[in-house]
Design a protein around this ligand. Structure first.
Ligand SMILES: Cc1cc2nc3c(=O)[nH]c(=O)nc-3n(C[C@H](O)[C@H](O)[C@H](O)COP(=O)(O)OP(=O)(O)OC[C@H]3O[C@@H](n4cnc5c(N)ncnc54)[C@H](O)[C@@H]3O)c2cc1C
Length: 617
């Protein structure tokens, strides 16, 4: 192990944490998931310096393992979470405006078996009588009257926003998913939104955080693959690590004296606390804050199902009454989720098991009996742990996982040596509003005025659909200049715009310019992406490993044609940029292929084999 070197933060005075706090002091945000990233950005908008630490990579927790919806949460109405639904709908509408390249409106269809039914169960649930609601629940789900009432209320909560009003229609209409109209003759139709890549959304929040820092003169530093530890004298020690929960790996150590700490480590909140709330007797500092539940998804590759879904998502009840989503996932894949099972282990170890995969396949098949669905259609699966509040009275009625509140809260640790908070709960959808409220509380404590908020601040890649044609044309020009072959250039431009929005042109800006060009190939094999995109993610987006690029920057994790050659091309660029030593390249490629197989059930063939394979349907 290399000896550690200590590197103080630049411009960082080592103050006593009880000194009067001023704006040049740094707030430390632990966890670079969507909530931590949104909070860092919000604090910077008020001129406060921020240091972020993530034990792994940006968005490597629940943010990446979610159902990827930006939604009001229709179901929460039955639990009487009116405030949460209203807030979520307002944020949904805002995020579609501020990040239109990533957050897209999506039509949803809710299949209904009959006109009446479900009203008493809904009323019982609203009153908090969950066990009665379960007893009164009919195997035939909610009737169209109940659905229509719920959707009307949903519409009212975002009245004036210009979003289309819901409809109840006969099933089998053109334009709607072709589910079993015999069993489900009616359908409620309404709109929410899909965020295909929350990983990229989170990266953009941080790119914006860096921009804000440059504009305001505040400092912003982001330490990924580092672990934090608060020392008894008030210094926070930030050390490189080889993984979450792993021992420090040696290398440069940074120390600073934070003005405050926000623990935004999601489902890891309780596991992080002992590192920032040191206790003299080694006991756990407080009772448990998080009562996580694991949720699994399958990504299906079935041409028949994808065609049957069309451009809408299906929101329905599985046979056991649990909500299930069957969603378009890009032009060829379908995402089905999710389960909801109490989980007590390390969230990083949560994995979809065989029974969950079978459950999700069965749930989808219930609505599409004409589509033969089997294990062979599962391209991959993934699983995450919801950072829900420990259900000490928060769960209504029976305490069933589905009934635990999805609200978020900021918990102040009164016994901490310096101002310290933990974020508990939250959704992708409410990341910005959560950040705004949390920042207000932190700033209030630091006696700093709120100067600005992110309410009207677009993400750096924001580009409306109406501008897409022009953006692609500009990107084509840049890509051609960078040497992308004529035959591929349009598709490459489209794929680059899909990932980077208005920043797509910047991807090519540095490539093809003599010394700075390190990519060995112009395109990454098996994809329509330029090798320049890898350089861009390393240079501009804090990517530091093959895993970061594959899973959370270029989203190759979900590519249908992901082969060994693809991984090899990515690794070659990392070698060229001195991120990966050449002698470790082969082992790294083998390790990521093994991880994709073990963790996501994704088979990585060599390109020759992939070309011989066909769609299982
Ligand atoms: C199955 C499932 C489906 C969901 N679907 C939706 C949905 O459709 N719509 C929606 O709005 N919400 C959804 N959610 C909720 C949403 O995904 C989460 O609430 C949100 O992503 C939480 O973000 P976070 O930043 O708080 O936590 P995370 O994204 O989990 O980030 C926590 C970060 O902390 C880091 N970390 C861990 N330990 C430490 C440490 N000691 N020091 C430093 N860093 C550390 C981790 O590496 C990680 O990057 C879903 C969640 C799940 C699990």
């Amino acid at each position: 192990m290399q000896p550690s070197r200590i590197q103080p933060m630049p411009n960082m005075s080592q103050r006593n944490p009880t000194d009067r706090l001023t704006v040049d002091q740094t707030v430390v945000v632990l966890g670079a998931g969507i909530n931590g990233a949104a909070l860092a950005r919000e604090l910077l908008l008020s001129g406060v310096s921020v240091a972020m630490v993530d034990a792994s990579d940006i968005a490597s927790g629940a943010t990446a393992w979610s159902t990827r919806l930006i939604h009001g949460g229709l179901r929460y109405l039955e639990y009487g979470e009116i405030g949460l639904v209203r807030e979520s709908l307002a944020e949904r509408n805002r995020l579609v405006r501020l990040a239109p390249h990533l957050v897209k409106p999506l039509e949803f269809v809710l299949p209904v078996e009959r006109r009446f039914g479900g009203m008493w169960a809904a009323a019982a649930r609203l009153l908090g009588w969950e066990s009665l609601a379960r007893r009164w629940r009919s195997n035939r789900g909610r009737g169209s009257w109940t659905v229509s009432l719920g959707l009307t209320f949903y519409d009212w909560l975002s009245i004036g926003s210009g979003w289309p009003w819901h409809r109840v229609v006969r099933s089998g209409r053109t334009g709607l998913p072709r589910f079993d109209a015999g069993q489900f003759p009616l359908a409620g139709v309404y709109w929410d939104a899909q965020l295909l890549y929350p990983e990229r959304f989170t990266v953009e929040l941080l790119v914006d955080a860096r921009r804000i820092a440059a504009e305001t003169g505040a400092m912003f530093s982001l330490f990924t693959h580092h672990t934090p530890r608060l020392l008894p004298d008030g210094r926070l020690r930030i050390e490189p690590t080889s993984g979450r929960g792993a021992e420090p790996s040696g290398g440069v150590v940074t120390e600073l004296v934070p003005a405050g700490i926000v623990n935004a480590t999601g489902a890891w909140v309780d596991r992080t606390l002992p590192y920032i709330l040191p206790s003299t007797d080694g006991s756990r500092p407080e009772s448990r804050l998080i009562g996580g539940t694991k949720g699994s998804h399958v990504v299906l590759r079935s041409t028949a199902l994808r065609k049957a879904i069309g451009s809408a998502g299906l929101y329905a009840e599985a046979a056991d009454g649990r909500p299930v989503f069957v969603l378009p996932f890009g032009p060829r894949l379908v995402l089905v989720g999710t389960t909801d099972i109490p989980f007590y282990g390390d969230p990083a170890d949560a994995q979809a098991d065989g029974s969950e995969i079978a459950y999700l396949l069965e749930a989808a098949a219930r609505f599409f009996p004409d589509v033969a669905l089997g294990r062979e259609h599962v391209q991959q699966h993934y699983c995450g742990v919801r950072p829900l509040p420990a259900s000490n009275g928060e769960a209504k009625g029976s305490g069933l996982p589905a009934s635990v509140t999805r609200r978020h809260m900021l918990v102040r640790h009164a016994d901490a040596p310096l101002p310290t908070w933990s974020i508990v709960g939250g959704k992708l959808t409410t990341c910005r509003s959560l950040a705004e409220k949390a920042a207000a509380e932190v700033l209030g404590c630091l006696q700093v005025a709120v100067r600005d908020t992110s309410r009207n601040r677009p993400l750096p890649g924001a580009s409306a659909d109406a501008a897409r044609t022009a953006l692609i044309a500009q990107t084509v020009a840049e890509a051609s200049r960078a040497g992308v072959p004529e035959a591929a250039v349009h598709r490459v431009a489209e794929c680059t715009v899909d990932l980077f929005g208005a920043r797509a042109m910047d991807v090519f800006a540095e490539s093809g310019r003599g010394e700075k060009e390190v990519a060995r190939r112009v395109l990454i094999r098996g994809t329509h992406l330029p090798a320049a995109a890898i350089e861009f993610c390393i240079r501009e987006e804090w990517a530091a490993s093959l895993e970061d690029i594959v899973e959370r920057r270029l989203m190759l994790l979900f590519a249908e044609e992901l082969t060994y050659e693809t991984l090899d091309d990515v690794a070659e660029v990392l070698v060229g940029m001195h991120v990966l030593p050449r002698e470790q390249k082969a082992a790294e490629v083998a390790a990521i292929a093994a991880r994709l197989s073990r963790r996501y059930g994704k088979h990585i063939p060599s390109q020759r084999m992939a070309e011989g394979e066909s769609d299982a349907s």
